[in-house]
Design a protein around this ligand. Sequence first.
Ligand SMILES: Nc1ncnc2c1ncn2[C@@H]1O[C@H](COP(=O)(O)OP(=O)(O)OP(=O)(O)O)[C@@H](O)[C@H]1O
Ligand SMILES: [Mg+2]
Length: 202
Amino acid sequence: MGKGLFITLEGVDGVGKTTQALLLKAALEQRGHQVVHTFEPGGTELGSRIRQLLLNPEHTELSSMTEILLYAADRAQHVHEKVRPALAAGKTVICERFVDSSLAYQGYGLGLELAAIEAVNHWATGGLKPDLTIYLDADPADCLARTKKDRIAQRTLEYYGRVRAGFLAIAQAEPERFKVISAVGTLEQVASRVLKAVEGVI
Ligand SMILES: Nc1ncnc2c1ncn2[C@@H]1O[C@H](COP(=O)(O)OP(=O)(O)OP(=O)(O)O)[C@@H](O)[C@H]1O
Ligand SMILES: [Mg+2]
């Protein structure tokens, strides 16, 4: 079995990752791809418990370090249990959020050391890198207004401004892998932009 294609979708809360992941899955299946759609945090049974720890607004005592490590623990399990087996079976994996989210949210957003977040995540994933990352870009204020306010999404718009700037900095550093797609427009308009970017790698 060959190695499948690993596509990640990134963007702030409510930007349309789930919506676009499902549309992309349908479009690729129509072209004969076998597609696994998954997400972080919580893409596995164990991970769904880690997700609860991370996103429950009652967990106000959760430290930044714990936050980084819980995301990495969820990711390690997800890569081991779901992502790598699907890729090994030649499937296309569409994953909502991956290491770039940790860099943007905990690195750029909280101001924590990028190199440490990279190192911990390199270890957690065994160095797995997406073949393509679609970053859905829009004003965080508009996006947050249409999603539910979990522990992270309760953070300020200043925080989300840094997260967005972080994603855009990653795009500048890795333009081949990390594609910035405007998420402003109808679902269909955004979906056709996403498909065009994916066609560049399939
Ligand atoms: N292009 C769009 N224009 C207007 N509304 C949209 C658009 N795309 C998605 N939405 C709506 O915005 C809301 C959030 O979309 P979605 O759940 O896909 O975002 P998400 O990035 O997966 O959010 P989360 O980070 O919370 O999982 C949904 O109600 C969805 O219908
Ligand atoms: Mg979603």
